[in-house]
Design a protein around this ligand. Structure first.
Ligand code: CA
Length: 223
């Protein structure tokens, strides 16, 4: 699992990151709100741990901006002890959990495990759209106008990731990680095969959306 930790107190951030890495998580750090938002918008994280008091942009604004951009990555907010208003506001803005500072790292690990069990960004509800295509990721149904097809789960998950990242190039490596998980023997050929299946379906449905290959980088959806 890949975690983004946004915390401006460098000493605390690095101490937490060390504990998380020892527990097997991959951790990226951001030290202010803008950097955190920029990382978070990439959509590659399984969980974001977000401090509220941050320079440049506070954690609640980062949270709001991520949700406004359809980034539904589970978020744990780090609040000041007794900051009840922040907690309520944070949950209203779409945070999944909060932890009052100072906290024991064991407690953070327990929260991360609980959120991890709920699944990653690939299992949230809501319809996704790109151009004339609409995907229902829970029902695994792809629609184009009046036409609809049932997608196999892996094809749906792959398209879901491409749609959630529609303004970004998505690498084959990321598709493998998100769709097949970290411990898999799925390789780039498998990704190419699924991309070609999706392209055929777009064509069959008469969609104008294309999956463009960016040589050496990955794929991007073009409406
Ligand atoms: Ca702080």
């Amino acid at each position: 699992m890949r975690i983004l930790l946004v915390e401006d107190e460098v000493f605390i951030a690095e101490a937490i990151a060390q504990v998380l890495k020892k527990s097997g998580y991959t951790v990226d750090l951001a030290f202010d709100g803008e950097e955190g938002l920029h990382h978070g918008l990439s959509g590659i994280y399984d969980i974001i741990v977000l401090d509220i008091m941050l320079p440049k942009m506070d954690g609640l604004a980062v949270l709001q901006e991520l949700r406004d951009n359809d980034i539904m990555t589970p978020i744990i907010l780090l609040t000041a002890r007794g900051g009840t208003e922040d907690k309520i506001h944070g949950l209203d803005c779409g945070a999944d959990d909060y932890l009052a500072k100072p906290f024991q790292t064991d407690e953070l690990l327990a929260r991360l495990r609980a959120l991890g069990r709920r699944g990653t960004i690939l299992h949230l509800d809501g319809l996704l759209t790109c151009g004339d295509l609409q995907l229902d990721p829970l029902a695994l149904i792809l629609r184009c106008g009046a036409d609809e097809v049932q997608l196999p789960p892996k094809e749906s998950q792959m398209l879901e990731l491409l749609m959630r990242r529609k303004n970004f190039v998505t690498s084959k490596e990321m598709l493998i990680e998100k769709v097949w998980g970290y411990e898999t023997d799925a390789d780039e050929n498998r990704v190419e095969m699924y991309i070609s299946l999706l392209r055929k379906k777009f064509g069959m449905m008469g969609s104008t959306v294309i999956i463009q290959t960016i040589r050496g980088a990955g794929y991007i959806l073009k409406p």
